[in-house]
Each structure stands twice: as C-alpha cells, then as structure tokens.
Design a protein around this ligand. Sequence first.
Ligand code: ARG
Length: 457
Amino acid sequence: MKLWGGRFAKSTDHLMDDFHSSISFDQRMAEEDITGSIAHATMLGEQGIIPQADADKIVDGLKGILADVEAGKIEWMVDAEDIHMNVETILTQRIGEAGKRLHTGRSRNDQVALDVRMYAKKACRETEEMLNDLLEVILSIAQDNLDTIMPGYTHMQKAQPITLAHHMMAYFEMFLRDRRRFRAAFDAADVMPLGSGALAGTTYPLNRERVAELLGFADITQNSLDGVSDRDFLLDFLHAASTTMMHLSRFCEELIIWNTNEFRFVEMDDAYATGSSIMPQKKNPDVAELIRGKTGRVYGDLMALFTVMKGIPLAYNKDMQEDKEAFFDARDTLVKGLTVFTAMLRTCTFRREVMERGASGGFTNATDAADYMVKHGVAFRDAHEVVGRLVAHCLNENKALLDLTLEELKAFHPVFEADVFDDLSMLSCVQKRRIPGAPAPDMVQMAIDLGRKRMAE
Ligand code: ARG
C-alpha cells in the first residue's frame, strides 16, 4: 500500500506509477534527503515532539541507509514514487514503528524544497571551484603572452593590434562575473524551507532555526506558501549556467576559427580533437563544437523551468516535479563542459609568429596613423580623411602603411616625420594604449595582478 493510501479504495494504475514516479531522477538527492531527515528528526526529539528514543532510532536508521546508498546497496522502488517515500519506507522496514514518526510536522512539499535547495547549494560550490580552475588557466596564458601581438577584430574585420594576454583577460572578466552569479544563486538557495509543511505551516512547535543551523543554512523562509512553491533559486542557477555556457560557447567559437587553416593562430592538442572516417588529413575541434552545441540544451533547461513555473497557482502543484530533470541536465552539461574546456584550453598551443603576422596585415595601425597626425596638430576628422586616402593608395599598390617611404607619406601630408615608422609598429601601437583596461603590457600586468586579488575574494 502507498504511504498515502488510507483514503483510497483502489491502487493506482500501473501506467500511473510509471508516469508520476520521480524516483528515476530524484534518487540523485538521496544524500540531501537523508541528511535533511536526520536534522528534522534530531529537532523533533529535542523539542519533545517525538520521544527521544524514537528520534535516536530514526537517526541511526537513516545513517545506515545513507551508508548503504553510498555503497550502492539500495534498490529504489518505483511504486514508492519518489526519493522521500522510498527513504521513509526503507526506514520503517528497518526500524519498525519509530520510522512512522519521522514525517511528523513535515510534508513532501517542504521536504522536496529542502532537498533541491541543498543540491543547488552543492552545485553552486562545485561550479565555483571549476570556474576558479578555468580562471587560473586563463591567467597563466595571459601572464605568458603579455607581448604576444595579435589582431583585434570588430565585425570579424581586423581592427587594431592587441595582445593575446589582453584577449584572454576579457574572458577572465566574463568568467569572474559568472562566479559572482553562482554565488548569488547560492545565496538564493541558502534559505531553509522546512516548517512550511504542505502549505500552511504546522501545528507542532518545530524549531526551524535549529534545523537551519544543523544543515548549515543562513536563514529560514518567511512565508509557508512561498516556502513550498518557490523555485526562483533554481532559475537563478539555470540563468548563471546559461550565461557561463554562452561565454564558453563564444570562447569555443573563437578557438574553432583560430584553429582553421586560414587562421592557424592555435593548435589544439591531439587529445581534444578527432579525425574523420573518410578524410585522412582531418583534425576536428569536436570538444569546442560540442560545447557550443550543448549551450542550447542549457538554455532549453532554463526555458523549460520558466515555462513550468509561469502558470502555477500557490502553493505546491505537481508540475513542479518537472524542475529536477531540467536542473540536473543543466548542472551535468555545465560541469562536463567546464571540465573538458579547461583541460582543452590548458593544452592549446598558440602560434605567436602567426598571430603577430596577422596583426601587421589589414591596416590595424591606421587609427594610430591618424592619432600621430593629431599629436602634431591636425584635427582628428582631417587626419581620418588623409589616412583613409593613404589606405586606398596602399590597397592599389598592394602595400602596408609602413611599406611607404617618408617622401610618399609627406606627399599626402607634410606632418609626417621619420619617427612615424617607430610610432606605427605593432608593438608601439599596443604600448601606447596605456590606460586602465587597455592592452599595453604593463596595463595588462596590472589587470592580472588585480585579477588574482579579485579571485581570492
Ligand atoms: N516528487 C515530488 C516532487 O518532486 C515531491 C513532492 C510531492 N508532493 C506531493 N504532494 N505530491 O515535486
């Protein structure tokens, strides 16, 4: 018989068991469920709501079940519906009568809210550690490439020279913001809902603060209806996960482009590429492509939960059982993606000479040529016009700006002098960009040093 079977004259159709049972996926929360029940039972005993001897038996029994779960010795039962009733059923089978007192003053509605909050907190911490590993790899590539010149792009057109270090530090900022988002998601989950009961609290004198303390929660929920029907913290996690995947995906897209025969900026390690079954020469950047592809799944998970939640009246409705698969799928995709991406990035070889050569083509120093004229008294708009004509001339002659002689330059404007050649070298273009946030090597060094401090916060 079902744990809730008292008022029913018939058992559920077997089609129902299959359809509404969540044990196939919520068994992942066994540890959280059991730990939560241990805290609840401990508090019930302390408050004298159930006899202390029963509380002790329950706690011992639950510890035994947890050990067996960890040892893989438990067989979950589909007809016990979910992780909550599975654990309670096994407990009562093992310790008898006392097991039937565990659910005093509790509902599966506040119990499942507790379990997902605990699982979300764990997922946020895990993600934070993985982001830290990635940030370290980015910092070390940046540190090694302070003066590795490369072309910076807008519209995928060569724009101005930057350095690989500067480019890497852009991703540092993105992933550091992601870490902050996971911390915010952690805080949102860090509120203890037990005591909300099914929806209207409970008549027993529960000590909710004590349960929060036992489970390491910062606070307790303030409204019982909201306590059982809030899944905002999962949406916060899914949003943080979606944004992180979007950042990974953009990084992957760049690595895929840089890895092409046309660019050759980067060589991916053989360990993170695959071959073709027909074309013997191929080495494909599958890892990067898969992460780019899997980003869509995580967006889908976010959209799925938003959609589940949008029409639900207060308080708990069974729709909310749909929260877990989306959340777990996003968590798994993110964890796998971050792990393999960090490993792949760590083993990438950047071809410095190719990047540097790439920077000198495409008139990336044209803005600097205009700036040179401005420094010698010409108005920027006039300088822009002169350099534009210089570029057109060079395009006709198939030359770069620095291939012109001083005489040729002077024919366009008398302001040019011999020092222009130094001034427009790629290195000098980068070195002149010396304000906070800009690519000059000493500025990027400052950003790296500051970045280390911000990471430690
Ligand atoms: N398996 C359910 C879920 O994941 C647990 C809560 C069920 N509560 C209920 N009254 N049916 O949401």
